[in-house]
Design a binder for this molecule. Sequence first.
Ligand SMILES: C[S@@+](CC[C@H](N)C(=O)[O-])C[C@H]1O[C@@H](n2cnc3c(N)ncnc32)[C@H](O)[C@@H]1O
Length: 309
Amino acid sequence: MGSQLRLRTPPAPQLTGAAALGRLLSEGVTWGDSAQWLPVLPEASVDLWFTSPPYADARAYSRIHPDRYVEWFLPFGASMLAATKDTGWLVLNIKNRVASGGPLRGQRHPYVYQLVLALQQQGWRWLETYIWSKPNAVPGRFGPRTKDSFEYVYAFARGATPCFDLDAVRVPYKTTLDEIGRRKLDRLGRRNTSAGFGRDRTKTYLRGGADPGNVVSVPQTYNQHRGAGGHTAAMPEGLAEFFVKACSPPGGVVLDPFAGSGTTAVAARRLGRRAGGLEIHQAFVAAARQRLSAGEPDNVPVLIETASG
Ligand SMILES: C[S@@+](CC[C@H](N)C(=O)[O-])C[C@H]1O[C@@H](n2cnc3c(N)ncnc32)[C@H](O)[C@@H]1O
């Protein structure tokens, strides 16, 4: 990683409110510190924060001790909460780690769970825990455990009725068309299943696809965004796409405060959302913008609505 990770202090935001948000949406990925930018964004203006923050202690670009992770993250959580629409979400991809020292050495460190509880206490409504399953996780030496083949994706809503489009993420039914036809004619209605609870099979197949469930299987992508200024922890676009489709409306505002190589913005713009992100390392910003300009429609709208109109 070498010199590209030497941190030059990014410029502080010179704008506030709608103008600051408009700048993020037009730039796609902005060179800046989220600790400075999030507090200047307008209230109730963001539909979805989809982000993978630096994991505790894990990478050269950030060294946040797991014991201090919650304290480090909570100010970002508070600023995001204020800037989120009542129907909006914070969706957080995060992974726990094995403690390398201290009394928990060799055990899973609880910082992820501590963070989830702290965000709930902060006012975020913890609605779901998704598992991002990685069918192609690389083998290695992990001690007395198997390789890591999943990460968490925690979904927190701001209000009681968040925007959620299950139809946008439905998957093909597993059973045959003939069998679907037969079951649709089943007039017995609700019946007991072997799982021990009732469901109405006549209604199961009317939605154009099956509920995908909360285990989201997306192959990890390795190395594809490396190169000059490339990122070592880029997430697959398929992961971002799933949550952008489910948790934000078409044309909605999607932001990633820890943008890295810009995956969230790339996926969200492709899906017709207005998207932006913040990245503290300048070299990653340049690489992310290259990615965005290769993949974005050139008429991305930057107009925004705010609570005050
Ligand atoms: C796990 S990576 C995100 C990778 C990203 N999801 C992708 O697909 O490329 C986290 C990123 O957050 C950035 N970061 C850490 N602290 C930040 C801050 N205060 N403001 C903005 N970016 C920050 C790091 O430089 C790093 O690139």
